[in-house]
Design a protein around this ligand. Structure first.
Ligand code: GLN
Length: 470
């Protein structure tokens, strides 16, 4: 009982420590020290009574776009400065019901638009592995929180790779569950046909436990699927020491282009040999529409964002411009001052592609190509492939300030957006380091086949052992 309280207090204290706050790596943007202490005591009492809980006392950090009751939810944006949600995200309610203790909100790219955590109104987060480098994004604060040991588990969100890419950059595990696996009630909407809550952890097992703890149907989110959730932690435990006999793993050619960073390729080659050594049958496969994924994503995601972000108008949320003479001017001033440059760029692109006269040429066409990308995956899985292995990102973590061209930044997600466009689950796990920088490997499976995804990932993680972090 003491241990739980000590551990939780310790995590909360460390979360509040300026070293991890604005003055250091800029990971944490809000804490709730007092309330987390109260939670810890409640948890300890429940644990003492022997209630069955899978996450008792585990400290959790939460991306700043997931609604919490006792801390602001600002999406890293001036337009939501000081905003406190009147309700809590279902994902958080479920974790807390199972004993987890939410201790901090983490930094992120503004409204989850970015791949570096540099577009945040709070300023950039630094990568704990190398503070000169970006932790990736947009959930960079959550990835860094786990990598720095502030919490064991952190929640992020994914629209195009915002959990897996920062997980790869920071050397931790990152999960993007199947679209509809976890309720999005309380997740601030970016691209509603793509968004999912995801998990960061230091091990595949802990990532699986947290994923399953949040999963399952929710009447507050009609897009959340009421499909059975595997019980934890048994399925994950069962994978320990298990081989991959009878498992067919596809290696998609399009994810290993000639331009791929040599270090990323080398670590992936090692991981593929390890998978083969575990008994998996390795086959080359093709996902021919992969190269269209980024253009398609940058039509669909901004289109949905331009609509979702219309609600931030100074009337219902956040600070309102006061020095104005009429309503129209108030909207203009509030939104011009409240949103940063990248968010404005997305709103402009999205409004353009949805506009009369361009809708068919852009949005409708993009939806058709999206269907082709999904069909690529369907065909590969129908051919008997159980899982796909790819690099998570084309390069290791880049330096803060190094990527200034938006197009180059968008290309960071080339290997991750496909799982969002098609809705399948995907995980990134550390597969080694080069020059001290972590490299991530990605495993993707069929819709709702998280058990197979965790199985392959846990087997690879165990077989790589210290190699994954060396
Ligand atoms: N980097 C991508 C973007 O900027 C994906 C972001 C995300 O997954 N939230 O839109």
């Amino acid at each position: 009982m003491r241990n739980i309280i000590d551990m939780t207090n310790d995590a909360a204290v460390r979360a509040a420590d300026p070293q991890f706050g604005r003055d250091g790596l800029n990971i944490v943007v809000a804490t709730n020290h007092e309330s987390s202490l109260a939670n810890a005591e409640r948890v300890a009492l429940a644990y003492g009574r022997g209630d069955a809980m899978s996450l008792p006392g585990m400290a959790i950090a939460v991306k700043d776009n997931i609604a919490t009751l006792d801390m602001p939810t600002t999406c890293g944006s001036r337009i939501l400065s000081g905003y406190v949600s009147p309700y809590e995200a279902t994902a958080i309610t479920r974790l807390r019901a199972q004993g987890a203790v939410v201790v901090a909100k983490t930094n992120m790219d503004e409204f989850a638009m970015g791949s570096s955590t540099e577009t945040s109104a709070y300023g950039p987060t630094r990568n704990p592995v190398d503070p000169a480098r970006s932790p990736g994004g947009s959930s960079g604060g959550s990835a860094a929180a786990v990598a720095a040991g502030i919490t064991e588990i952190a929640l992020g969100s994914e629209t195009g790779g915002s959990v897996r890419q920062p997980a790869a950059f920071c050397g931790v595990v990152g999960v993007k569950p199947t679209y509809g696996r976890i309720s999005r009630f309380g997740l601030v909407a970016f691209g509603s046909s793509l968004d999912q809550i995801g998990v960061f952890a230091r091990s595949v097992r802990n990532a699986a436990i947290a994923t399953y703890a949040m999963a399952g149907g929710d009447l507050n989110d009609s897009t959340c699927a009421d499909v059975p959730v595997p019980t934890t932690p048994e399925p994950v435990e069962a994978y320990r020491g298990r081989t991959l006999d009878g498992v067919t793993i596809g290696i998609p050619t399009e994810y290993f282009p000639p331009s791929l960073d040599a270090d990323v390729r080398a670590r992936c080659d090692v991981a593929i040999e390890v998978l083969r050594g575990l008994g998996a049958k390795i086959v080359d496969v093709s996902l021919p529409h992969t190269e269209l994924a980024i253009p398609v994503y940058y039509i669909i995601a901004p289109a949905e964002a331009s609509s979702n972000l219309a609600r931030f108008d100074g009337v219902r949320y956040g600070p309102r411009a006061a020095d104005v003479s009429d309503l129209r001017e108030m909207y203009q001033a509030t939104r011009s001052r409240g949103f940063g440059a990248e968010v404005k760029r997305r709103i402009l692109i999205g409004t353009y592609v949805l506009s009369h006269g361009y809708y068919d040429a852009y949005y409708k066409k993009a939806q058709s190509v999206r269907a082709l990308i999904t069909r690529d995956f369907d065909a590969v899985f129908a051919s008997g492939v159980d899982a796909l292995f790819t690099p998570t990102t084309p390069t290791p973590a880049f330096k803060i300030g190094a990527v200034t061209d938006p197009y180059e930044m968008y290309m960071s997600d080339i290997f991750t957006v496909t799982a969002n466009l098609s809705g399948i689950p995907a995980i990134s796990l550390p597969i080694g380091r080069v020059g001290g920088l972590p490299i991530g490997g990605q495993i993707m499976t069929r819709h709702f086949d998280e058990p197979r995804m965790f199985h392959v990932a846990a087997a690879l993680e165990a077989a790589l052992g210290g190699e994954a972090h060396a």
